[in-house]
Design a protein around this ligand. Structure first.
Ligand code: MGP
Length: 224
């Protein structure tokens, strides 16, 4: 494996726990899959915050499911997941990968634009892990600005605002160099940030909204 993907290949066992069972990734998913340790923490948050009851599984929309690592972990944590992908070949890839987790019928696979789907589904939680613009999202001296990240016609802020119109419970997976000051200025509701490390190295950040904020910590880690 040549060039940019070599560094992700080296990390393959950190990406999926079931790597040895056989996992399919396409070019884009190699660099955008959420490493397993981070996906587990994100999924565990909805359990810790009592968003889920035994009787009614939490309905999670994984809005840009990519290779399915987050869909698999939300379903493993007990949620019912609508795994949403606009690219049909990736939908098949998500199905193939999540099948390795023996999740029964806890994941539904949908080829759609999540914005069209969510108002109909009314999920309890939306997980956002959009494309950041490729592996060159990171530049040494410049922060990553949400307003410059586009999915279709919507920028990174507009994607978040659309999700928040549907449910207050949103998880947003973003680059480690995200300009947090801009978020603080624009988003006027409480949010909390987790800095996501894998084997001691900062990989990304996760923003939590709504009931996902860890109130038991006295909001001490909440950013607003
Ligand atoms: P990275 O910064 O490209 O890799 O991505 P790494 O190994 O930290 O490289 P280094 O050069 O800094 O040493 C880090 C993590 O960010 C990846 O494992 C993915 O989980 C996530 N990620 C990277 N990209 C480019 C995307 C993306 O476009 N979308 C999403 N959702 N996640 C991404």
């Amino acid at each position: 494996m040549q060039g940019t993907h070599q560094k992700y290949w080296i990390q393959r066992y950190n990406l999926f726990t079931s790597w040895r069972e056989g996992i399919r990734l396409d070019y884009e998913s190699w660099y955008s899959v959420t490493p397993n340790a981070i996906a587990v923490l994100q999924a565990r948050r909805c359990i810790l915050q009592n968003l889920q009851t035994q009787e009614i599984p939490l309905l999670v929309v994984d809005a840009f499911s990519g290779s399915g690592s987050n869909s698999a972990e939300f379903a493993s944590a007990g949620a019912h997941v609508i795994s949403c992908e606009i690219n049909i070949s990736r939908v098949k890839m998500v199905k193939f990968n999540t099948d390795k987790y023996f999740l029964g019928n806890k994941v539904d696979f949908v080829c759609a634009d999540f914005l069209a789907l969510c108002p109909v589904l009314k999920p309890d939680l939306i997980f956002l892990s959009p494309p950041w613009g490729g592996p060159n999202y990171y530049t040494e001296n410049e922060s990553f600005k949400l307003e410059n990240m586009y999915v279709g016609k919507l920028n990174g802020f507009e994607i978040l605002e659309k999700a928040l119109e549907i449910t207050p419970n949103v998880i947003y997976f973003l680059p480690k160099n995200t300009d947090l000051g801009l978020i603080q200025n624009r988003i006027r509701i409480p949010w909390e940030i987790d800095f996501n490390f894998v084997k001691g190295k900062l990989k990304a950040v996760t923003l939590y909204f709504g009931s996902l904020i860890e109130l038991d910590k006295n909001n001490s880690r909440a950013s607003r």
